[in-house]
Design a protein. Sequence first.
Lengths: 201, 282, 251
Amino acid sequence: MRSPTYEGPQLESDEELMRCWQRGRVEALEALVVRYHTPIYHYLFRLTCQHALAEDLTQDSFERLVTARALYDYPRPFRPWLYTIATNAMRRHFETAYYRHTLLVDRVESCGVAEACDTPHHALDLSLKRQELLDLLSALTPAHRQVIVLRYVEGFALAEIAAIVQAPLGTVKTRIVRALDRLRALPSERDEREEAAHATA
Amino acid sequence: MRPREHNSRDLHGQTVLDDGLGLPQESRLARTMQRLAGVEGPGSEPDRLARMLAAVRQAQDVEAARSPAPDSSVTGHSLWLAVQAQVKVVRLPLIGAAVLILLLGIVVGPLWLEPICTPLLALAPPIAVLGVGYAFRSLDGGMNELERACPVRPFELALSRLIVVVGCDILLSLVLLPFNTGYALLVGAGPGLLLDWLAPLLLASGVSLLAIQRFGSVLAVEVGMMIWLGFIALHVLVQRQVVTIDETTGIAVWLCSILAGLACFAAGVAWFNRSGLQGARA
Amino acid sequence: MSAELSAMALARTYARGRGLQPLSTTFGMGLTVIAGPNGAGKTTLLRMLATTLHPGSGEVHWCGQSVTRDPIPYRRVLGYLPQAFAVYRSWRAADFLTYMARLKGLSPEVIPSRVAAVLRSTGLEGRQSLAIGTAAHGELRRLGVAQALLAQPRVLILDEPFAGLAPEDRTSLIAMLATYARSNLVLLSSHLLDGLGSHAARLLILHEGRCLVDASPPDLLDDLGGHGAEPAPPNDDRMLEIAYRRVLDQA
């Protein structure tokens, strides 16, 4: 049985690894999985706030990467392309009429919290942070959630975000502006700004 | 066309930079964004990595094991279904009309057609040419688009139409052959009679099948009729001894015509199949 | 691999410059509407997805398998209505549907019941003897939808299925397709969005061969400020039509 940890090429760029994989080097694909399985999982978790679903969608994304191997054109930037695959995987999951208006679940996912924490305080801290995340993100529509996370957490440029979410650049900017406006309107955010204003007064 | 970039500008009156939005909201929500970036999902990273690697390895095995595209070989069942479908295209009344015309020819032929030519030579080829023109008349139409989206291989479609049209005509002619009073099989004139009508039938309708895919049904039928008239003319000239062809040469000419006709059919079916599999390329 | 239809860098360019620029997207279960003006590339896209038009570049995949190389297995689960639709004028509705059923591989025993069922679904119940040569345009269009449903396809592709239909026929056909889309993949093109907003899970707006928008109707309304800060109700067809026109105007 092969070891789950891979010690392969560390210095090759993502694009070079893709090209190597297209030429038949399987270890190049595994190196990409090692690099990106965590960022993609966290990206999907921030959008869905469901651990199990985020893991399933992460797996789905990498499986789609395997089938889409022939479509990669070197030296096209690999990272935005992979995030596009992940975004489409998530979109397809929520695409039926039933899910179209589904917002985030309003309870914190409890599975996995205890195993990931060292102390009860750590667990409480994590669950509070996740609750904050839920409060923040549940105020946004799925489309707004995507652009906020891609912009301010993943650090993509606006043009890259437009390609990932498959919307015009103007639409992306509009979504970001509206999302920021809604976040500002949240009570928790207004309280924070007032506290900050008092502190500096 | 470059997408417009003034949406944010119009809404908020802010200067829009090339990539940044330059909005005051961004700085005010900086702490929020920091918190957002700090929250990550639970779960064990080594376990997740192991799961992902196992998944991509399995996906690669599935990709590698994908069977190649199946051969475009004829399956008897689907060809039979296609033949049944084509009976609807070449409607039974048309086939009935062909039977009646050939019977009429056999009855009145000895009175009017002989000694110009045999009734079968006069009647069988044009019926086959008209049948090809009728069966394949929809090649550029909306029906063709519908047929292309069906799970029937194009050459099965072409074969099924040819079976109904030309096959029916050949069968009818063979059945009616013994009733031709002038050329009964029993007196040993069978092979010559067969060549007499089979050669023009196959060549004329085969060329029509090729022509209909390039030039349409009207021109294809005209070309087929001209070939048939050419055979009639040659037959009359030989009968009246204007042109002399010994028996061996005659058989060779007729056999070459039959082979050429079959080759035209094969090419026509291949062309039909190629255009159908690849879809429209215009 | 789940039942999905994927366009992978699908493109086609015609001599006069029109066609479809490379498009990569995946369609899943549910109703997807492809909208856009004439010449936007809707028919080109749908014909390539239905494998009746060979792509200039790219591929179409169904359940992970390329259908561009071998379309026959995919066509067994496909139902397709082209925009340019013609039937032999001497036929009747039953003749046409029986012919298509045989080409789709249905066994002769089930054809009569399937013919009756699809005629019922499309509002032509009992009209087996409808003469094609004298049928109204709307009746022919519904007959075209009926033939697409014969083999109970998992993928239903309809190019302008509502063209020429009376409003009440359009409404009932939309309702039928929305029900069908609950468990199947339905792709249809329309230059009018009236009545589709509340049923479509996804809307693609094409213009001059490019995909301008790929979003759900509520997201489209929200992006263009249909109702201010709150998401617009999904069944606000009038607002959706306005949003659609605004997208085209801004293109």
